[in-house]
Design a protein around this ligand. Structure first.
Ligand code: NAP
Length: 531
């Protein structure tokens, strides 16, 4: 008798899109799981893809077609992509619930954040008009009388943009990069973080099937990153989001180190929130800090690169702040995101849960636990299966001597409270993060306070991509410490990776080459007329 062994898994194998066709990997596929229920959802595999041929098709077919369009026409494509995503929004929310374990509000940060970002770039791009080249400043004379001069221009790079993305933003992480790339006329290959690749793949599938973009303009490789960097050529660009360790590997790869592939890195970051000197418990600034810290710790279960990890308060307010933040965190119900009573879902995987538990245990050796929500039962979720963890607030009065709290990013609902003596001490402690994505400041209204806040913001600007200043008069208008707005810069120096994304049309710089054209006034006039 012949015994037929059935494959252990029968979930859908997601296809890759490269070289103008949808292709299944030929190796052992990697399963993606529901992090709350533990069930297998789909599988991914990139084995056997012709990366070199696919990348060449992307450059030649996708790049040529995109560059033939004007900025306004490409802006129109972004608007059309936004409509496709809007039409399929319900399916994306279902995938996010199943694969990322997020409650609806947290899925919105990713999905609606992506749609909003596309819409913003569609508007910005439309204003660039019907041209294919951007001028960079005015012509400068290089000879007496201006008969010979120099005009700087920005032209789209004639390569592809490879995005290697993190697991925490499968939707926004694609479109916040793809919107400026496509608007610039540069075709895209995205490799999403594997554990949550389903949502990215579904969005790419919907957009490709809608036939909006020219063939070759949008591609996806799901699964292993093996061989992706080897296939890059000198005019390609690489945009990476993820851990500092992987970033270091990419920086050393011959594509970057020898072939000068332009690279942008968004890595981890130990972001801060600072309550300004002179605040008192119960003041508006105090309450705003407490509210924002609790929100930041719990949105997406703390899996935001911009989340607040260090909280600095005047030393006299240490106990009051610990109590107030703890009281807010105590209201956070944790468990199955399908249950209406749940405010915070799960981490993206059991592997992430272990990583958060390990990081937390390390920090707990150096800091006190001021609030620990882990005593409460999970709602509708089995702790032996679900990747859920409740928020934990740590603290130490020795902010100077506890180096580890300034250098450790626990990628979950964990933050550390730290006291400071005076304004100079607070700034010095914030700088111990060695470069972060964002710092938020909390102060009162009024001229003196505004002066101190502006002064502090400018000082911290040297070590941050963004300084978010909250005062009572903007309390209901402000966009949120951790929310990345497409109009504002995203990225930070030092350990945050040294990258720059978004910031309105500034994002286009990464996807363009600046060059100087030198020639007669007539030649420069021709360059200006075509731009
Ligand atoms: P990660 O392990 O570095 O992975 C990031 C991406 O790199 C994934 O797509 C991963 O693929 C891929 N990758 C892993 N090893 C690689 C290699 N040797 N060569 C090429 N690609 C490789 O980071 P993560 O754990 O997914 O993400 C969490 C981290 O990202 C956190 O530290 C967070 O702070 C940071 N982050 C930063 C930002 C920002 O904007 N600054 C935003 C979000 C997250 P696989 O998934 O297949 O391993």
């Amino acid at each position: 008798m012949t015994i037929i062994t059935l494959p252990p898994s029968c979930t859908e194998l997601l296809l890759n899109h490269l070289g103008g066709r949808w292709t299944a990997g030929t190796g052992d596929a990697t399963p993606l799981f529901d992090p709350v229920l533990g069930t297998e959802l789909v599988r991914v595999d990139a084995t056997g893809l012709d990366l070199s041929g696919g990348f060449e098709h992307t450059r030649r077919v996708g790049g040529t077609a995109l560059r033939a369009l004007t900025y306004r026409a490409r802006a129109g494509l972004l608007g059309a992509i936004g409509k496709v995503l809007q039409a399929n929004r319900d399916a994306y929310y279902e995938i996010a619930t199943a694969n990322s374990g997020t409650v609806k509000n947290d899925s919105a940060v990713d999905i609606d954040g992506a749609i909003y970002t596309l819409g913003t770039y569609a508007r910005l791009g439309d204003a660039l008009g019907d041209r294919r080249t951007l001028l960079d400043g005015d012509a400068t004379p290089l000879a007496k009388g201006g008969a010979f001069g120099s005009q700087h221009v920005q032209v789209p790079v004639q390569g592809l943009a490879l995005f290697i993305n993190a697991f925490n933003f499968p939707a926004w992480g694609l479109w916040e990069k793809a919107a400026p790339a496509l608007l610039s006329g540069v075709p895209v290959v995205v490799k999403p973080g594997t554990s949550t690749a389903w949502l990215t793949q579904r969005m790419v599938r919907d957009v490709v099937e809608a036939g909006i973009l020219p063939p070759g303009a949008l591609n996806i490789v799901c699964g292993s990153s093996a061989g992706l960097l080897d296939a890059l050529r000198p005019f390609d660009v690489l945009s990476f989001t993820g851990s500092a360790d992987t970033a270091a590997l990419l920086r050393r790869h011959p594509a970057v180190a020898e072939r000068s592939v332009r690279v942008n890195i968004e890595a981890d970051s130990v972001n801060s929130a600072v309550l300004m000197p002179g605040a008192v418990p119960g003041s508006a600034a105090f309450d705003l800090l407490v509210k924002e810290v609790a929100r930041e710790m719990t949105v997406k279960s703390g899996q935001k690169c911009t989340a607040i990890r260090r909280i600095f308060v005047p030393e006299a307010l240490y106990d009051a702040a610990a109590e107030a933040i703890g009281a807010r965190l105590a209201k956070t119900t944790v468990g199955n995101p399908r249950n209406e009573a749940v405010r915070m879902g799960s981490l993206v995987s059991r592997a992430q849960l272990r990583s958060v538990q390990d990081g937390l245990a390390t920090l707990q050796q150096h800091a006190q636990t001021l609030f620990d929500g882990r005593g409460a039962a999970l709602i509708d979720a089995d702790p032996a299966i679900a990747a859920c963890i409740a928020p934990v607030l740590l603290g130490t009065r020795d902010a100077d001597g506890t180096d580890i709290v300034h250098t450790t990013e626990v990628f979950g609902p964990v933050a550390t409270l730290l006291p400071y003596r005076d304004a100079a001490h607070a700034r010095a402690l914030v700088a111990r993060g060695e470069g972060s994505l964002v710092c938020s400041l909390y102060g009162e209204d009024g001229a003196d306070s505004a002066h101190a806040l502006a002064d502090t913001a400018l000082d911290l600007a040297a070590s941050h991509g963004r300084v978010h200043v909250i005062t009572p008069e903007v309390a209901t208008l402000q966009s949120g410490h951790g929310n990345v707005m497409p109009q504002s810069l995203h990225g930070g120096p030092g350990r945050a990776g040294g990258g720059e994304e978004l910031g309105g049309l500034r994002a286009l710089n990464f996807y363009h080459r600046r060059a100087a054209v030198q020639g007669s006034a007539a030649v420069l006039g021709g360059v200006q007329a075509s731009a």
